[in-house]
Design a protein around this ligand. Structure first.
Ligand code: F6R
Length: 637
């Protein structure tokens, strides 16, 4: 146990600081780095920083740039060494780490070019070994790393030290793990384009740094963070080797802390304040742990699992069981827009007004039907006025082959209908030419993106129809942040927020459905949700807001724990089939989704698995056994 920690952190083997947000954590680490630089500069010493790329340190780098611009922090006496670089990419490639570092940080500072060191990914294979040795020698000659900044991959890698990397490994050429390549697929516009090899500092190189800070944001990192912090060190999880370092700290946001024992199961490691929400979580956890339905939990089950004080406060067991059972029972409804005329005291949604005006926000086309296709059908069938707003065009997610096929189709039509004027053919011919001229690493031209966006609009309309929703209810917002950006480097602008504000003021919804917190805070759904948040802040004084509720659904990348669910909409086997058929219409997305569980390659498989899993978890708690459930939580906003 880390000696400076409290009882609740007894399982943590290294210092872990949980921050309110990634921004707050980044500001703190930036201030720490600034203090170090100022101190060293004043003493006439250089500061040697080890730096990481990826989405995690972007906020930190923005803050360092701000400190340089606004608070005169000078980098003239700083020397930097980056952790890693893809092997075989030219420096100018949009995904090269050399380019990333220049765009995200170096170009905005007074750091001398000669003080910048990034492993050279362009050296031929035969020279890599020598080049890695030179890199290590350069670090030593600079006096060693004063502070190393790290992110962490879902495999537990630091730098590109994938599982299997030894504690003493040094800078070298490595083969990237399949999961790491899959995680990078979107950035590279396809997994096939992701390099197979990289050059990385070794675990031993990293451990030689005088201080180490590791940053992690978002739920997708929660599992690996908890393992690195709480499990014994092992080369199966290279980040766990950081436990052996004398001056290391993990700085994580709330979501990335979610699997630490003190956050997930606090009753196992200390005294707990038993709020209603914590009690519900604990009882559900206990039921899953002892594999008994809630109503069959005994006093001894509670006391043997660190929950005796819950019984003392809120027991006896049977009364507590019934209370929690009823709470969960009341989350189940076949009326997601509220049941007109019914007593709604214990229902998740209000009975009145009926019908309701509903806006469903879908970050990319297909998120809506994947997350809530069954509920969409219910809302429409039950008479509500539903608008489905697609926030982005989704064109970055369309493979070139699909665009080529679409262009060919238009050209074929043109040949078949020579008697008609066909202006679309000129556009299709141009797109086909541009696709032909494109290399694997090139981004898409505006015309290619436009065609890809048109494809996704067609799929979204067909999918909505299959959910029983009139396609005329679709609104395509094509938010500019997405049209300008690349994955993981999106920047929200005023126009993005204004587009949502306009739509919300026009519809004045009683219900909004949106994907809330995303597993990956740099993902499209996360950016889209932040835009919604800002739009809600701007409209907070509008009269319609008082009667508006915000419900959050999730993509298949995020599991639901039953205790988090505030509205559970069950559906029949037939409705599940209809939902799956609706997902099929997103043809361009086949084999595009990141694999989220063994063997589930297709988005429809993931959604089906997800909806069945929620139903099974309710069943196991002793509630009714349904075929499938779509789940929602209510946002207090
Ligand atoms: C990058 C690096 C990697 C990343 C890790 C997390 O230089 O060394 O270990 O820190 O893959 O990536 P993001 O931050 O994109 O989630």
């Amino acid at each position: 146990m880390n000696p400076s920690t409290s009882e609740s952190q007894q399982r943590e083997r290294l210092k872990t600081v949980v921050h309110a947000s990634a921004d707050a954590a980044s500001a703190l680490v930036a201030a720490d780095i600034a203090a170090l630089i100022r101190q060293n500069t004043a003493a006439g010493r250089p500061t040697v920083l080890g730096l990481a790329t990826g989405s995690t340190p972007v906020r930190l780098y923005r803050e360092l740039i701000r400190l340089h611009r606004e608070e005169k922090l000078s980098f003239k006496k700083v020397i930097t060494f980056n952790l890693d670089e893809y092997h075989g990419l030219p420096r100018t490639h949009p995904e090269s780490y050399w380019r990333f570092m220049h765009e995200q940080l170096f170009n905005h500072l007074d750091l001398p070019a000669a003080s910048i060191n990034v492993p050279d990914g362009t050296v031929p294979r035969a020279d890599v070994f020598a080049s890695c040795r030179v890199y290590e020698e350069k670090i030593r000659a600079a006096g060693g790393l004063d502070l190393q900044v790290l992110g962490i991959g879902r495999t537990g890698h630091i730098g590109f030290n994938e599982p299997g990397s030894g504690r003493d490994s040094r800078t070298r050429l490595v083969t990237l793990d399949a999961l790491t390549r899959r995680d990078a697929a979107r950035d590279f516009l396809g997994e096939a384009n992701v390099p197979r090899h990289a050059i990385t500092m070794g675990v031993g190189t990293i451990l030689d740094a005088k201080r180490i800070v590791l940053l992690a944001w978002g739920e997708a990192k929660a599992r690996v963070v908890a393992d690195a912090v709480e499990q014994p060190p092992s080369d199966a999880l290279p980040a766990s080797f950081l436990q052996g370092h004398a001056a290391v700290a993990f700085h994580v946001d709330q979501a990335a802390a979610g699997e630490l024992t003190r956050v997930r199961d606090p009753w196992l490691v200390g005294t707990v304040t038993w709020t209603p929400a914590v009690a519900r979580r604990a009882v559900v956890w206990l039921s899953q742990q002892v594999k008994k339905p809630v109503l069959k939990l005994l006093e001894e089950d509670y006391s043997e699992h660190g929950m005796a004080d819950l019984l003392t406060e809120q027991g006896p067991a049977y009364g507590l069981n019934i209370r929690i059972f009823n709470e969960i029972q009341h989350t189940i409804t076949g009326w997601p827009g509220g049941k007109p005329g019914a007593d709604d005291t214990h229902r998740p949604e209000r009975a009145a007004p009926h019908p309701k005006r509903v806006v469903v926000f879908s970050p990319e086309p297909s998120d809506d039907v994947l997350g809530m296709g069954g509920t969409l059908r219910r809302l429409v069938d039950q008479g509500h006025n539903v608008t489905v707003a697609y926030q982005t065009s989704g064109n970055l997610g369309v493979p070139d082959e699909e665009a080529t096929m679409a262009a060919e189709l238009v050209l074929e039509l043109d040949r078949a209908s020579a008697a008609f004027e066909n202006p679309g053919a000129k556009f299709a011919r141009e797109v086909r030419r541009q696709l032909g001229a494109k290399s694997a690493f090139d981004g898409d031209t505006p015309e290619i993106r436009q065609l890809k966006g048109i494809l996704r609009r067609g799929e979204a309309r067909a999918s909505l129809q299959a959910c029983g929703v009139d396609a005329a209810r679709a609104r395509f917002l094509d938010l500019p942040f997405y049209e300008r950006g690349r994955y993981r480097q999106f920047q929200i602008g005023d126009a993005d927020v204004a587009a949502l504000v306009t739509l919300l003021r026009e519809v004045k919804p009683h219900q909004i459905f949106a994907t809330g917190r995303a597993a990956d805070p740099s993902s499209v759904p996360a950016v889209c949700f932040e835009i919604l948040r800002r739009a809600l802040t701007q409209t907070s004084g509008d009269p319609w807001r008082a009667a508006c509720r915000l419900w959050l659904y999730r993509g298949p990348d995020r599991n639901w724990a039953p205790a988090e669910i505030e509205m559970a909409v069950p559906f029949s086997p037939r409705e599940l089939t209809q939902k799956i058929q609706a997902i099929y219409h997103h043809k361009s997305q086949r084999s595009q989704s990141p694999v989220f569980a063994a063997g589930l390659h297709e988005a429809w498989q993931q959604a089906e698995h997800h909806n069945r899993a929620i139903a099974l978890s309710y069943d196991a708690l002793g509630l009714a056994e349904y075929e499938a459930i779509e789940a929602f939580e209510r946002d207090p906003a």
